[in-house]
Design a binder for this molecule. Structure first.
Ligand code: TRP
Length: 457
């Protein structure tokens, strides 16, 4: 049954909406993912491709998803059901959002493991401060954590429990309050670390690495990675953003809000790069150190430099804050769907957190007892652990597929006049570019990347 517009609460102001949605966008993807992906793909050249993917593929989809949420005014599957009925179409639109909802729980299942380690490191930095540790100590510390299944499960549970607690509350006292406070705090913490990195690290080398165009690598694999990162970082492609769209008031100017959200997300990713790479180059460490950048490379540096203990505490707190405002966006859509089915909000929040926690063992085991187990090796996915399969499956398959479907629904499924009225927007250049991206650029770009991934070998 379709839920009516009045039943769903709204965020209290435009500012609240922007901060909360930016908080959902800014997360581990910016601080843990972006520097790693940029480092792996060689910096500057990748940045250019990434910016293009962000501007012409991911951002148009972000706006489409928000719009669908605001128009449908319910949990993602129900919102699309409402819109499908309204548009008089026969294709089962809600199906795609059920895929999206699966995606939210899958993301949450690995997200909590990484965020859990960040909280653990934050406490460790507070009590032990890493000071005077040798690189070997830190490598051993990371390895010991990753081999301790109970400890990993404990910190993952702490993180997802906090998420459930916030989501259990009303929209305005839970999600909104968390986003309004944590997002600005995060920004301030990050700026402090960047200043610190500028003083103690090698800032010119970092700038050159991130923005220098001496090595442009253009392979289909890099393109797919850029699109995947762009989708992941602004949280499109599972309905999390659609849900926030449903809580967005009609007073919010959509294109402007989208611009702010994307700029804040990009700003934080760049700031994270400027916090991490000066320290990395200053110490002569390899910039492409991979996911270990955060849990090995950085602590090694924190152990060496003056004031490193304080910076370490700040840094891991920041990571945990960034992660929690994102994880609440991941939990919201399924919880809203269960509420529509008559569940109480807290029950739904704890039940879905528990489901994600059970799934998190796929990730936890991948660091220890399953570290050499490649579940889908027979299908040709050799060398991918369960964690890698979940992460890459979501980023490279679910996000683009759901995202492109949202683009097609807004671009082709709903009448143009209706879309313009719902934004609301005149047929300006901005509108035309956006609409063209939805109708052609997004579907063509994503199909091309898929065909290449399947047949390109
Ligand atoms: N964007 C967040 C990050 O960068 C993660 C995230 C939150 C997300 N909600 C999402 C990713 C929805 C994809 C879809 O860490």
């Amino acid at each position: 049954m379709a839920i009516t517009r009045k039943e769903l609460p709204n965020f209290t102001s435009r500012m609240a909406f922007i901060l909360v949605t930016a908080g959902a966008a800014v997360g581990l993807g910016n601080v843990w993912g972006f520097p790693y992906v940029a480092g792996k793909n060689g910096g500057g050249g990748f940045m250019l491709i990434y910016l293009l993917a962000l501007a012409f593929v991911a951002t148009p989809v972000l706006m489409a998803e928000l719009l669908l949420g605001r128009m449908g005014r319910a949990s993602p599957p129900t919102a699309l059901k409402n819109l499908q009925i309204e548009a008089g179409r026969k294709e089962p639109w809600p199906v795609i959002m059920w895929v999206g909802l699966m995606g939210t729980i899958l993301i949450l299942s690995f997200y909590m493991v990484i965020a859990g380690q960040a909280i653990f490191y934050g406490f460790e930095a507070m009590t032990e401060s890493f000071h005077g540790w040798t690189p070997e100590d830190i490598i051993a510390f990371d390895a010991a954590y990753k081999s301790d299944i109970l400890l990993m499960a404990f910190w993952s549970a702490v993180f997802v429990g906090l998420t459930a607690l916030i989501v259990s509350s009303n929209i305005t006292t839970g999600i909104e309050l968390a986003g309004k406070w944590l997002t600005p705090i995060l920004f301030v913490l990050l700026v402090i670390i960047v200043i610190y990195a500028g003083i103690y690290g090698d800032m010119p080398a970092a700038l050159n690495f991130l923005f220098g165009f001496d090595h442009l690598v253009l392979t289909p694999g890099v393109l797919l990675e850029a699109v995947g990162q762009a989708f992941f970082t602004i949280s499109v492609g599972v309905g999390a953003i659609m849900m926030y769209g449903a809580y967005m008031g009609n007073n919010v100017n959509l294109p402007k809000a989208v611009m702010w959200i994307v700029l804040m997300d990009l700003g934080v990713a760049i700031l994270a790069g400027l916090a991490i790479f000066p320290l990395v180059f200053g110490e002569g460490v390899d910039a492409s150190a991979g996911p270990g950048l955060i849990f090995i490379t950085l602590p090694i540096i924190f152990a060496k430099i003056t004031g490193g203990g304080v910076v370490a505490v700040l840094f891991f707190m920041l990571l945990a804050f960034a992660a929690i405002t994102s994880s609440i966006s991941l939990l919201s859509p399924t919880v809203a769907r269960l509420e529509e089915a008559g569940w109480k909000r807290p029950h739904a929040a704890w039940a879905m957190s528990f489901a994600a926690f059970v799934l998190s063992f796929l990730t936890i085991f991948s660091f220890n007892i399953w570290s050499d187990y490649y579940p889908l090796a027979v299908l040709g996915f050799d060398g991918l652990t369960a964690f890698a399969l979940v992460r890459e499956g979501v980023s490279n398959v679910i996000l683009p597929v759901v995202g492109v479907t949202c683009a097609l629904i807004v671009g082709w499924g709903i009448k143009k006049e209706r879309v313009k009225a719902a934004l609301p927007m005149q047929e300006t250049v901005l509108f035309k570019v956006w609409y063209f991206c939805l109708r052609y650029i997004v579907p063509i770009a994503i199909s091309a990347l898929f065909l290449n991934a399947i047949f390109g070998g």
